[in-house]
Design a protein around this ligand. Structure first.
Ligand SMILES: [Zn+2]
Length: 130
């Protein structure tokens, strides 16, 4: 789809911090992370909603692997998943959490920013554990 940021990333027209890639899906770091190691899992083909993806189980398996890899690599307490449709290309958020699950907010409210070198380091760490 034209002017879709995730389609452009999938085609390699925009740079990204990739964690994982196969013929259908890509896991990458969110460039507007709400936690250190915040991952997005996207299909390479344009789909509006997560539930539009026929291989739904395979899709969530990549999210599961992303969660396990990020939890281990980033030493997270727990990992949160969520989806929404604010960007009109399906994506699953995988968010490593460092706060106590009992005391934690449903979602961290602050968008964080890490320098490019640190984003590359985080991606490399998680990639190794995938
Ligand atoms: Zn798209």
């Amino acid at each position: 789809m034209e002017n879709c940021i995730f389609c452009k990333i999938a085609k390699g027209e925009l740079p990204s911090y990739k964690i994982y890639e196969d013929d259908q899906f890509i896991a990458l770091l969110d460039i507007h992370p709400i936690s250190r190691g915040h991952i997005l899992v996207i299909p390479k083909q344009h789909h509006r909603w997560v539930h539009d993806i026929a291989s739904f189980g395979d899709y969530w398996e990549i999210a599961r692997k992303s969660a396990l890899a990020s939890q281990k690599a980033m030493n997270a307490q727990w990992v949160q998943y969520f989806t929404h449709g604010l960007i009109p290309h399906a994506h699953i958020h995988v968010v490593p959490r460092y706060d106590s699950i009992e005391k934690g907010r449903v979602l961290p409210e602050k968008v964080l920013s890490f320098p490019k070198e640190e984003m590359e380091e985080i991606a490399e760490k998680i990639r190794k554990g995938f």
